[in-house]
Design a protein around this ligand. Structure first.
Ligand code: IMP
Length: 196
């Protein structure tokens, strides 16, 4: 079986394709095709993965794996959520998004808030059928960034039971506990069942 990973992010493609290889599944990605970009206009992560997976599975006539992830902050009513990558505006950098979040927390007189990283993954087949998985990493966000590893909101996110930020984890250590790692593990198990 071949699956198209609906991403152009080389790091993400590598992480997912390594895992699929263990099932004997070969991966392609959006870097291998000339195809218009899928809409991503959902108000939930699940709507977004559904939009992406079904759009590309239909156009490419192949099974497609898509993912959507973000940070959900309790004190901000779930924001930035599906807006995580463009919280400070279209084309905003990771630093700008992180700064906006810290400012909003401080504006509320808070130095921290419970928060979770969430990842949804979906595999859709050309006939429109498929399945999805969800991975969550619970913790808290703080207003004092620390660490140089990772990306996005990692410098202000402290996983439950630790006092280091995710930006102080090595990549291997982060992949072991991350929302993306958990969602990937589950979707791979669902694929395994399907291949039986
Ligand atoms: P994507 O859906 O994987 O492209 O992620 C959307 C946005 O969520 C990213 O641009 C980041 O701002 C944020 N995000 C998702 N996963 C992580 C993570 O593991 N660390 C830090 N930020 C993340």
């Amino acid at each position: 079986m071949e699956i198209v990973i609906a991403s152009k992010n080389r790091h993400k493609i590598e992480e997912i394709s390594e895992k699929l290889k263990t099932l004997g599944i070969e991966s392609l990605s959006l870097l291998d095709f000339e195809v218009t970009e899928a809409p991503e206009t959902g108000s939930t992560f699940l709507e977004n993965v559904y939009q992406k997976s079904s759009f590309y599975a239909e156009r490419l006539n192949m099974p497609v794996l898509s993912d959507d992830s973000g940070l959900v902050v309790d004190a901000l009513g779930g924001l930035p959520g599906v807006h995580s990558s463009r919280f400070a505006g279209e084309g905003a950098t990771d630093e700008e998004n992180l700064k906006k979040l810290v400012e909003l927390l401080k504006h509320k007189g808070l130095f921290e808030s419970p928060a979770s990283f969430v990842c949804f993954m979906m595999v859709t087949f050309p006939d429109g059928k498929g399945f999805w998985s969800k991975g969550v990493l619970k913790g808290k966000v703080v207003t004092e960034p620390k660490g140089n590893e990772g990306f996005g909101y990692d410098p202000i996110f402290i996983p439950e039971g630790d006092n280091r930020t995710l930006a102080e984890y090595s990549m291997i250590e982060k992949n072991r506990i991350s929302h993306r790692g958990k969602a990937l593990e589950k979707i791979v198990n669902l694929l395994k069942e399907k291949l039986k």
